[in-house]
Each structure stands twice: as C-alpha cells, then as structure tokens.
Design a protein around this ligand. Structure first.
Ligand code: BGC
Length: 427
C-alpha cells in the first residue's frame, strides 16, 4: 500500500517537472481501458452560483485547454464559506470516498487535513512549478507544515470590507466614509431615520462572525487581534467586552431575519436598496457585477486602518484520489499565471502569484492588489486562516445562540472564551 503511494508520488513529481505536456504523454502511455475512467477529475468546492461560479468556470476553461483528455467533474455543494460543503466533505472522507481535489483555506483549516493524513505532499510539484518564487513568503509560510507543502493557492481574498449602495446613502444625506465605529453607527441611524429600517444587511452565523472580527480588529489592533487565535490575547479582556457591545449595537441595525440568510440573500437587500451597507469579503465585488449591480462602493471596515484580513482558497490532491495524474494537471492549472488571471478576473480576489497579469481586473481588484503589497495582514477565523474548523463551529454556534436567543453579550463572551480555551492548544 505504502509502496504504491510512493510510486505514484514519484511519478507525479517527474510529470510535474517535465510540465503538463509530458504529464499527458505519460498518462497516455500508461494507456489501456483504465484511462476512460481515470480521465475524470472531480473538483469539490462551494462555488455554485454568481461570481463564485463565474470564477470556477474561468478556471475550468483554462483546465480544458491545458489538460486535454481530462474531464472536469463539478462536485460543488452550495452554501457560503463552505458551511454545507465542509460537512459533506467530512462525511465523504470518513467513508473513504474522496473527490480528487477539494477547496480548502490556507492556514489552520488546511493543517487539520494534513494532520489527519487526508492530503498528499505537493512539495515537489510546488518546486517544479516555480511557486516558491512566484508566491509571497508569508503565504508560503502559512502553507508549510513541518517543512512540506500540501496545497496550491489560487487567490487571496480580503474579508474586512464594507460594501455600500451609494444611491441609498446619498438619499439619506450620507456623503462621507465613516472612519470610526461611532461614525458608522451614526450613519446607520441616519439611514434608519430616512426610512431604511434595516440599513446593515446581515446573514447567518459566519457572516456575523465576519462583522465581529472586523469590530475586534478595530478594538484590539492587528497584533492583539491575531493573538486571539494563538492564545496570546485573552477573550475575557475588557477590550473584547467593549467590542461585543459595539457588535451588539451594530446588530440592532441589521435585518431581523438574518439567521436564515446566506450572504447572497443579504447582498440582495443591498442591491434592492433595502440596506445601505454590508460587511462581506471581496467575493462580493465580482458577485455584484455578475448580478448586474455595478454602482457599488466599498471601504475598509471603520477603524481597521491598513489591516488586510486575508484568506486564501487552495486546492489539494486528496489521499486516495481516483485520478492523481489528472488532478496534478488541475493543480498545475490552479498554480499557473494564466489560470490565476482567468480565475481571479471573474472571482474578484487577487492572484496568489505576484507575477500574474491584472488584465480584466476591476477597479476594486486593482486597489486590492496594491493594498496587499503594503497592508498589515491578519488571518480570518470565519474563513479558516486563523482557526480550526472545530473552533469555527463553536464560535458560529455561540453567535447563533446570541442572535436568535439570549442576546446577552456577557454570555456570548463566556462562550467565545470557552471555545478559545478548548481549541487554542490544538492549533
Ligand atoms: C471562500 C470564498 C467564497 C466565500 C463565500 C470563502 O470562505 O474563501 O472563495 O467566495 O467563502 O462563499
């Protein structure tokens, strides 16, 4: 069994070093009936509609060109931030029914799959494809576990962004960008007085976590915020209590049906002029465009300064993948500059590779490319770069209980602190 794996791995690395053409030649040489079955590559993501699907389609177009003879099979399971997909994936991995490759966030979330032996070592491919030179060192560090690399990142997204409907704002007499949470709350109040009952569009648990994280970045600053996930910053501090009070105030301006909404439902409130603002990652830019709403505005969450809360989508070779050679070709496409250009132009993120041309990028994306070069990076728990899946589930449950049920920030803080105590040591 082990010998088989080593043999397969060696073959992958050789193929990677010689490039995609040799890889295809090699798999053609292995010939025989198994090729018909082996030519399918199941790609498991949660990119099922709007800008997310547009991004995936663009990548698949590139894959079709570069990996002829391989067929893309769409294993997408809908649900923002992978809220449903991750459950389905866990069940499939437990049943030894892995897709060939799956989407996973760089950082803590990826480490869990590595520790569980669910993904293959891609260190050789990474080297052969020049990714060590093409990716920023910080991202390489976040992908490396015990000196090895197990996934290929396709992008970098920013989480701490506020999206705005400028028409709604100007109708309410708002013409400047709020720089503090107090100013933001004042604008929300103005919108409400102007007849926008729920001016802050919000969705379920994980979207509330994004809002809370943005508030905590303002309250704690980047270093202490990041420390919340390493054990260096206490969740029981008065600064976190103050953040939770602001979070509670902000929630009062959101739609009452938030807990039943995924992020595109909340985004719809913004598009339809029923809300003025939404805090969401920058997949929103591409999604608004895909839905024909181009007149949006954006700004970094008030008080976050130059902090860029990052997350990165990456792809792995699943342990036991039915078609490792075809999957290697998918991963080569994901890691290539043309693949990253095609994907990111449609997805709204910025390329992980710093040498990717930016043709076709929106004004938002061009600004994000510049920000990423100089901003202060912090990771995201809602999107797996800061915390494990189990920790994220615990935080999401605590937020759900707060939003739907008890409305006590004291109880919420206790649950958040308990989750940190339970999970921080395992990171
Ligand atoms: C992913 C993005 C995706 C977003 C909303 C994030 O976790 O990294 O690619 O667009 O969730 O579904």
């Amino acid at each position: 069994m082990r010998t088989g794996l080593v043999g397969r791995h060696t073959r992958r690395v050789l193929a990677a070093a010689a490039g995609v053409i040799l890889l295809l030649a090699a798999s053609a040489c292995s010939g025989g009936d198994e090729d018909a079955e082996a030519s399918k590559v199941e790609v498991f993501t949660w990119w099922a509609e709007g800008g997310e699907k547009a991004g995936l389609d663009a990548l698949v177009g590139q894959f079709a060109e570069e990996c002829q003879g391989q067929q893309f099979i769409d294993g997408a399971v809908a649900g923002g931030a992978g809220i449903n997909a991750k459950q389905v994936l866990t069940a499939r991995l437990t049943q030894n029914d892995p897709p060939d490759t799956f989407q996973v966030h760089a950082g803590a979330e990826l480490s869990e799959y590595i520790d569980a032996g669910r993904v293959e070592d891609l260190t050789g491919e990474f080297q052969a494809w020049g990714l060590r030179q093409a990716l920023p060192q910080g991202l390489i560090d976040d992908l490396t576990v015990n000196g090895k690399i197990y996934s290929v990142p396709v992008n970098v997204h920013r989480a701490n962004v506020v999206w705005a409907n400028p028409q709604v704002l100007s109708d309410a007499g708002i013409h400047t960008t709020p720089k503090t949470i107090t100013a933001f709350l004042a604008d929300l109040e103005k919108l409400r007085k102007a007849g926008i009952e729920s001016p802050l569009a919000l969705g379920r648990d994980w979207t509330q976590l994004m809002l809370l994280e943005a508030v905590l970045i303002t309250k704690l600053g980047p270093e202490r915020f990041s420390g919340l996930f390493t054990g260096e910053t206490s969740w029981s501090s008065t600064a976190v209590s103050a953040g939770l009070r602001d979070f509670a105030k902000l929630l009062k301006y959101s739609n009452a049906d938030r807990d039943a909404m995924d992020w595109p439902d909340a985004e719809r409130l913004l598009i339809d002029g029923k809300a003025g603002y939404q805090v969401m990652g920058d997949w929103e830019a591409a999604d608004l465009t895909a839905k024909g709403f181009r007149a949006y505005d954006w700004f970094t969450f008030p008080g976050n300064g130059d902090v860029f809360q990052w997350l990165a989508d990456s792809f792995v070779l699943a342990t036991g993948a039915p078609n490792p050679d075809g999957t290697t070709c998918w991963l080569a496409t994901v890691g290539s500059a043309p693949g990253q250009q095609a994907f990111n132009a449609a997805k709204g993120s910025i390329p992980a590779r710093t040498d990717t041309p930016t043709d076709g990028f929106s004004a938002y994306q061009l600004a994000a490319v510049e920000d990423w070069k100089s901003a202060t990076p912090v990771p995201s728990c809602a999107h797996g770069s800061a915390c494990s899946q189990a920790w994220q589930n615990a935080v999401n449950s605590a937020l759900s209980a707060y939003s739907t049920n008890h409305h006590s920030t004291t109880a919420l803080q206790k649950s958040l602190a308990a989750a940190a105590t339970q999970f921080v040591k395992q990171e």
